[in-house]
Design a protein around this ligand. Sequence first.
Ligand code: HPA
Ligand SMILES: [Zn+2]
Length: 334
Amino acid sequence: MSPFISELPKVELHLHIEGTLEPEMVFALAKRNGITLDYADESALQAAYQFSDLQSFLNVYYQGMQVLQTEQDFFDLTWAYLMRSQAENVRHVEIFFDPQAHTDRGVAFADVIGGIGRALAQARQQWGLTSHLIMSFLRHLSQESAFETLRQAEPFRQQLAGIGLDSAEKDNPPTKFREVYAAAAAQGYRLVAHAGEEGPASYIRDALDVLQVERIDHGVAAIHDAPLMARLAQERIPLTVCPLSNLKLRVINDMSEHPMLALLHAGLCVTVNSDDPAYFGGYMNANYAALQQGLGASNDEILQLALNSVEACWLSAAEKAVLTHSIKAHGAKY
Ligand code: HPA
Ligand SMILES: [Zn+2]
């Protein structure tokens, strides 16, 4: 790992906390909670991490997270992620969680958000690692289920910065969630959505125009739509791109085909993120390194990507200025 990447101050904007569940923790939590797994050991579980598309990943992802049952489980999961982030010089994170994937199997919303929130608060206190939490609706479920989740979140409104939309994209367009996004906006939530990962570029346009999101998660399908790219550049709509995820889920066949630098050079506010690092082969540094090694990204390009993440995040202007300064100071050393 080049020190230029490992010592670079970083911001992560697209991370599913359930996607940080490492095989080792799957087995530890299964034991603690008296659950029998279908896999003999960690390497047998890891061997199942061969994905052909988004759905083949989601099947494993939803199965793995069933070991998460108590408030302490959610704390331990989140704390492990934050320790790694701290070690990788990540200074601020905006992370997703999938409440319906837990409440649908009888885990209380309060335990999920309680454990995650306790870990985030501890990281802020111990290291000054700041964070925001984004509640994601599962798009393969109904809009009514999303509304029910929005109601369940009401007592925790202050801990939630925004809402997102994830899970199976194909045949679950943004338009399916028009009303629940409008209701969340009326409650003051900030809005993001996954769009243009496996789905078409038109889903990115619908996320912007119908759901009124301010940031697009993934969005790599924009590369196929020149007018949309021009709009995204003109409006500086951030895309939270996840290189290793795109490779593992076969959105691209090889890192050398990744559209990140083409989007960057067209003036888009593209950012680097890890998505589900326990499943896709690496955390933040590994995603930056993949762009350096697989796509030939230069130090200047990497620096610009890191600065874009500060621009795209939800910190105050004063907090952003501190991060921008430290990224530029890091760049000046090379
Ligand atoms: O990459 C993703 N795409 C859609 N849904 C998800 N849920 C976790 N990760 C993902
Ligand atoms: Zn994602």
